[in-house]
Ligand binder design. Structure first.
Ligand code: FRU
Length: 456
C-alpha cells in the first residue's frame, strides 16, 4: 500500500525533541512556577543510545520549551528512567544555602555494565539547571535489572515512598525513606496480571473519589499488551504507606497500541489533581519509525479520575482542560461530506456514540479509518515496508458511559477518548502523505482546528 516516500509531519501539539530520539517521559514535576518534563533522550542520534534526560518546561502544560540536556549520558552509565519531587523541607540536605527555594530531587536509574541501581540528581534553582548527586547509588540490590523509580511523599507516614520495578521477576518493590538517601524495602507486589513480558515503569498514586482515597498501581508490560507488544496495566486498591493491596484485577489503562511508560506529575499546584502523559509508541517498532529529524512523541497530558464500574473501579482519562484554549476555528463534519483541513493542522473532534465511519484522507486517498460499530471502536492503519506489527485493524470494546467520542488528530498521532474517559485509545499513524481531508459517514460530527504549540 505504501510506496516508501514517507512525509510524516511532526506533530504540532504533542511534544517531540527538536532533534533525535525520545522515549519515556521522566521526572514530571511542577517546580519554580513551571511544569518540567524530562524525557529519555539520545542527544546524538535517532535511535535508543547514549541515554540522557532531555528537558523541556512549560507554564501551561501546552507550550513546551526545550532546554539543554539536564542529565547527560556519561561513559559507563546511561541515565535511565525515573522521577522527580520537590523536597520542600530539604530532608535530603541537597538544598543550597538559602537561595533558590527547596531542592528539586530526581531519582533515576543508572544503567551500567550488567548493573542497574538508583541514583539522585538535584536542581537548586527550581528545576532549571541540574547536577548529578552523590556518586554512589542510594538504592542498589546488585542486580542487572532493577529500574524506573517513582517517588512520592506519603504524608500520613511522614516518609518518602519509591516504587521500583524488578522487570524479570514481574514485581514492583516498595521502598520508604526519611530523606531520599537511605531506602528500606517495605513490600513487594507481584507477579500479577499481565506477566508475558518483563515489567517496566511503575507508578503508584492516590485518587479521591466520593470523599474516599483509593490507590492506583500502574506498571507497563513489554509483551502481551492490549494490541500486542507493550502496554500499560493498572490495579485499583489500598495503600497504607507500606503495602499496596489490590481490590480488583488488572485492567489496561489504554486500549490502543501506542501508550507506554506514563508517569504522573508530582507537586501539582491544585491539590487532588492527577495528570500523566506517556510515550506514544510501542517497543515492537519504536526503533524503526521512519520520522526525521525527530524520533518519538509523547501523548498529550491527561487528567485522571476513578469512576464506579459495577463492583469495581475504572480509571478515566481526559485531555487536560487547558487544551481547550487552543481551539481556533469551529469545524462541521456533515454526514458523507468530504471536509478539507489544512496540512498539519491539529484537530479536536466530537462524534456521537453511535455507529459511524471516519476516513482520514490525503492527496493519495484513504490513509486510515476509524469507526464505531457493534459497541466497539476500530482503527485500520497502513504502514510502509519493514514496519512489521504496525499495519492492521485494532479493536477496543466501548464501555458503557456518558458522553461523546473525542478524537484528537495531530499529524501522525490519534488519541481517542470515549464513554466519559473510560476508554482511551491511542495510536500512531504513518500516512504516506499528510492528511488533508476527513469524511464522516452515518453521523454528523463537529470540532475545532487547534492552534499549534510546536513548530513544524
Ligand atoms: C521503558 C524503558 C525503561 C528504561 C528506559 C530506558 O521504555 O525500557 O524501563 O528505564 O526505557 O530508555
Amino acid at each position: 500500500m505504501h510506496s516508501g516516500g514517507m512525509a510524516v509531519l511532526r506533530p504540532r501539539l504533542h511534544f517531540t525533541a527538536r532533534r533525535f530520539w525520545l522515549n519515556d517521559p521522566n521526572g514530571l514535576v511542577f517546580a519554580g512556577g513551571r511544569y518540567h518534563l524530562f524525557f529519555q533522550h539520545n542527544p546524538r542520534a535517532g535511535n535508543h543510545g547514549y541515554m540522557s534526560w532531555g528537558h523541556a518546561s512549560s507554564v501551561d502544560l501546552l507550550r513546551w520549551e526545550e532546554h539543554e540536556v539536564a542529565l547527560p549520558w556519561r561513559e559507563g552509565q546511561d541515565v535511565f528512567s525515573g522521577s522527580a519531587v520537590v523536597d520542600w523541607r530539604n530532608t535530603s540536605g541537597l538544598g543550597g544555602a538559602g537561595e533558590g527555594g527547596p531542592p528539586v530531587v530526581a531519582m533515576f536509574t543508572g544503567n551500567g555494565f550488567y548493573h542497574q541501581a538508583q541514583y539522585l540528581a538535584v536542581s537548586r534553582d527550581g528545576g532549571e539547571t541540574w547536577a548529578f548527586g552523590p556518586p554512589e547509588p542510594v538504592l542498589d540490590e546488585g542486580k542487572q535489572d532493577f529500574r524506573d523509580p517513582k517517588v512520592f511523599w506519603y504524608a500520613p507516614g511522614g516518609s518518602w515512598v519509591s516504587v521500583v520495578v524488578h522487570p524479570d521477576e514481574r514485581q514492583v518493590g516498595v521502598y520508604t525513606s526519611p530523606d531520599l538517601r537511605v531506602w528500606s524495602q517495605v513490600s513487594v507486589f507481584g507477579p500479577a496480571g499481565g506477566v508475558a513480558g518483563i515489567w517496566e515503569v511503575p507508578d503508584l498514586f492516590a485518587l479521591e473519589v466520593a470523599g474516599q482515597e483509593r490507590w492506583v498501581l500502574k506498571v507497563d508490560v513489554f509483551e502481551g499488551g492490549p494490541q500486542g507488544g507493550t502496554g500499560a496495566q493498572y490495579w485499583v486498591g489500598d495503600f497504607d504507606g507500606r503495602v499496596f493491596t489490590p481490590s480488583q484485577g488488572a485492567r489496561w489503562a489504554d486500549a490502543g497500541k501506542d501508550f507506554y511508560a506514563a508517569i504522573t506529575f508530582s507537586d501539582l499546584p491544585q491539590s487532588g489533581r492527577r495528570v500523566w502523559l506517556g510515550w506514544l509508541n510501542n517497543w515492537v517498532y519504536a526503533n524503526r519509525l521512519p520520522t526525521t529529524p525527530w524520533q518519538g512523541v509523547l501523548t498529550l497530558p491527561r487528567e485522571l479520575s476513578l469512576v464506579q464500574d459495577g463492583p469495581e473501579w475504572a480509571l478515566t482519562q481526559v485531555p487536560v482542560p487547558e487544551l481547550e484554549a487552543l481551539r481556533e476555528e469551529p469545524l462541521a463534519l456533515p454526514d458523507g461530506q468530504q471536509v478539507e483541513v489544512g496540512e498539519g493542522v491539529p484537530l479536536d473532534l466530537t462524534l456521537p456514540m453511535t455507529s459511524w465511519i471516519l476516513q482520514l484522507l490525503s492527496a493519495r486517498g484513504e490513509e486510515a479509518r476509524l469507526w464505531l460499530e457493534d459497541g466497539a471502536l476500530h482503527l485500520t492503519r497502513a504502514a510502509p515496508v519493514g514496519m512489521d506489527g504496525f499495519a492492521g485493524t485494532f479493536t477496543a470494546a466501548l464501555p458503557d458511559g456518558p458522553g461523546e467520542v473525542r478524537v484528537l488528530l495531530d499529524t501522525c498521532t490519534l488519541e481517542v477518548f470515549a464513554a466519559g474517559g473510560r476508554l482511551a485509545f491511542t495510536q500512531l499513524l504513518l500516512p504516506d502523505e499528510p492528511i488533508t481531508a476527513l469524511r464522516l459517514r452515518d453521523a454528523d460530527g463537529r470540532g475545532w482546528t487547534m492552534r499549534a504549540t510546536q513548530a513544524p
